[in-house]
Design a protein around this ligand. Structure first.
Ligand SMILES: [Fe+2]
Length: 255
């Protein structure tokens, strides 16, 4: 029953986080720009039933993964870019999560290159190995879709964000995600962030749903910083290497 309990808690908290972001995005929380300044195309509908063409693309991705292609190859492959928001494609990526660095953006994705490196630990600081981590984020325009800032529907962006990936921690509990620096939502003052969910349903270490935010983000005012710390979000220090890649190093502590 513990498994069901954690699954239920994880789903509930994830929904709360997603709804919290949605609430800020639509202006339920203060800090919203006046209505006249808002973009009328902020929301699109999530994908519905697979078209025949999309079914073929996703089937091809499934076969490629089953034949040993990496999730990086599929997530960055030009043949599959239109499939990212579709649930069955996402499940294939989830089921193929590996304990190796994962790149989730193609070379054509606009934005500042960013490496998110880190470690997952339990409450005693011990490494949590072979646990699946789900990441999703906005583009450098602050959009979850390539057509609008947000994707409507239940749990909207969490289930359909275009830029996403899954990986597993290695034997030292470490992981590495290669992506681009996300921008904050348009017409909002919410700090830029990467959503992170560590799947703990079968782990005695528990589970974790959090966000990575960036210490140098101009939106991260003292007020937002206090709120983020209260929420248990990770505020990461950003460094830049000789190849102009930004890098953050984070510790994700299971609760
Ligand atoms: Fe978000």
């Amino acid at each position: 029953m513990r498994v069901h309990s954690w699954t239920s808690i994880t789903a509930s908290v994830a929904l709360m986080v997603a709804l919290s972001c949605w609430a800020v995005a639509v202006g339920v929380v203060s800090g919203q720009a006046p209505a006249a300044q808002r973009d009328a195309t902020r929301f699109i509908e999530p994908p519905g039933q697979e078209t025949d063409a999309m079914k073929q693309i996703i089937d091809k991705a499934k076969a490629a993964l089953e034949s040993g292609k990496s999730t990086t190859a599929i997530l960055t492959g030009s043949s599959y870019l239109t499939a990212h928001e579709w649930p069955r494609f996402r499940k294939q990526i989830r089921d193929s999560a590996q304990p190796s660095p994962v790149t989730i953006v193609s070379e054509k994705e606009p934005g500042q290159a960013l490496i998110v490196a880190g470690r997952v630990v339990d409450g005693r600081g011990q490494a949590v190995k072979a646990v699946v981590i789900y990441f999703y984020q906005t583009s450098d325009k602050g959009w979850y879709s390539d057509q609008a800032a947000h994707i409507g529907g239940m749990e909207g962006d969490r289930r359909h964000a275009r830029l996403f990936g899954y990986l597993k921690t290695n034997d030292e509990g470490r992981f590495e995600l290669r992506t681009i620096r996300p921008a904050g939502y348009p017409h909002s003052n919410l700090p830029a962030h990467i959503h992170v969910e560590v799947e703990g349903a079968n782990s005695p270490a528990g589970s974790l749903i959090t966000e990575i935010q960036f210490d140098d983000d101009p939106r991260l005012t003292a007020e937002w910083r206090e709120r983020s710390q209260r929420e248990g979000f990770v505020i990461a220090r950003v460094t830049t290497d000789s190849e102009n890649h930004q890098r953050v190093e984070v510790e994700l502590k299971m609760r």
